[in-house]
Design a protein around this ligand. Structure first.
Ligand SMILES: *Cc1c(COP(=O)(O)O)cnc(C)c1O
Length: 438
């Protein structure tokens, strides 16, 4: 199991040391933002998502500081798909961030927390006519267009409404982001974006279309990118495109640089934000366009964890299994992307105990329901808790009720207190809206 894991896996002490928002107390056990996780589990049960508001704000501040250090004025549009909980979106509204959405549902979530519609960008490879109509009607700030067909559809909807849709063309820069195949989006054979060679003609066409105002270029090359080099290549191509379009007499005022900033899932650092900001300044800082970025994972991933309990330890001839009450239906990333997540025992004694190899698995009837293979962990008694780290992004949003497992609870730590932000779904809610034909 290794999504970008080329270095040896860190041990428990190293995992903890790399995460200043966590601390281990002899009595209280593992704390996140100074709240004991055992207290959260006692109050709300497990599995439970735990998000730290201070951690989210700190990650936004670090990105803003790196951009400001380069004297760059860049709008941050939080990619809602990473974690669309209203409590998370409300933090970004409070920080003055805009949003990047990929569906009408996500757009309506942003409106529920009163993010200004003009600060929302609608991206995504397939937008339904109804989604375009509803977001335009509500005053969405920008639509990122992924094909000629979509451009025509947006134009016709806008004309019907008597509005002008502001669009950016999403260019596929054909660079390899060096990330997992399932999260690479900027290669020529991915489904995303418009080939660079087709952009000038389409942009000129858009400029002449009733109902459309082409404002600029967008790109997004993939996710969990740890190295600034692919950004450098992609942004250089974007800058060249902006210059070329302008040379054709076309107006370009926006450059949407996408997201994809990678985080450290082990004890390695995430992408260097100062290095990323320096690339941005060097490649696109002098274009005189309004710059925007759309990070998701890097703003919320490390600010969340999945708190789970050990159901039992099971031993076969060759293997030791730790079976949790959480499963792949809650956190899909290990099964979907071979993602590596740190797992810390919540009890202090366990942290320093002797470790042995174990597979950490969930109770779902799938071999893929495995959070970690061959992980060094201490003996775990039934009822002990573990924290599955860095689950704030692409965690709860991807969960399902497979195996008739209800959606789990979520808690947010705000001002040093744990607030229940999603109650555990009652099991009967799973079939409450189902009907049997008679
Ligand atoms: C998913 C996505 C993002 C966010 O990606 P992260 O890796 O979470 O930063 C940004 N923009 C677009 C268009 C996306 O599809």
């Amino acid at each position: 199991m290794a999504e970008n894991r080329t270095t040896p896996a860190p041990n428990l002490t190293e995992l903890l040391a790399a995460r200043p928002a966590f601390s281990m107390h002899a009595q209280d056990g593992l704390c996140f933002e100074n709240v004991p996780l055992n207290a959260i589990a006692d109050a709300h049960g497990t599995p439970t998502w735990v998000y730290g508001a201070a951690s989210i704000r700190a990650r936004h501040a670090a990105l803003s500081a790196a951009l400001q250090a380069q004297r760059l004025n860049v709008r941050v549009h939080y990619a809602v798909k990473a974690n669309d909980h209203l409590a998370v979106l409300d933090i970004f509204r409070g920080l003055g961030a805009g949003a990047d959405v990929v569906s009408l549902g996500e757009f309506l979530r942003t409106q529920r927390v009163r993010i200004a519609p003009g600060e929302v960008v609608f991206s995504g490879v397939g937008k339904a006519r109804g989604e375009i109509a509803a977001t335009l009607q509500a005053g969405v700030g920008q639509l990122n267009v992924e094909s000629r067909e979509e451009l025509e559809m947006i134009a016709s909807v806008a004309r019907l409404q008597g509005r002008i849709a502001r669009v950016a063309l999403r260019m596929n820069p054909d660079v390899d982001a060096g990330t997992h195949a399932k999260i690479t989006t900027g290669l020529a054979d991915n489904k995303f974006g418009i080939p660079a060679a087709d952009i000038p003609e389409l942009y000129a066409h858009a400029a002449g279309l009733d109902g459309i105002e082409p404002v600029g270029i967008a790109l997004h090359i993939g996710s969990q990118i740890l190295n600034p080099a692919p950004y450098e290549q992609a942004y250089a191509k974007a800058a060249a495109m902006v210059r070329y379009l302008r040379a054709q007499g076309l107006s370009v005022s926006v450059l949407d640089l996408g997201g994809g900033l990678g985080i450290g899932y082990g004890d390695e650092p995430g992408i260097s934000l100062p290095a990323y900001a320096a690339v941005l300044r060097r490649e696109v800082g002098g274009l005189g366009v309004r710059l925007m970025v759309e990070p998701g994972r890097s703003l919320v991933g490390p600010a969340g964890l999945l708190l789970a309990s050990v159901l039992l330890e099971k031993h076969s001839a060759a293997k030791r299994f730790i079976v949790l009450d959480a499963a792949m239906n809650d956190l899909l990333r290990p099964a979907l992307y071979d993602a590596w997540h740190g797992i810390l025992p919540v009890n202090a004694t366990a942290l320093h105990g002797p470790c042995a190899s174990a597979d950490v698995v969930g109770p779902v009837c799938e071999t893929a329901d495995c959070f970690a293979a061959g992980r060094q962990l201490p003996p775990m008694a039934a009822g002990e808790r573990v924290a599955i780290l860095d689950a704030g992004a692409y965690g709860a949003v991807m969960s399902s009720s497979y195996n008739a497992r209800p959606r789990v609870a979520a808690v947010m730590i705000e001002n040093g207190r744990a607030h229940l932000i999603t109650p555990r779904q009652p099991v009967a809610a799973l079939w409450a809206e189902e009907a049997i034909p008679r």
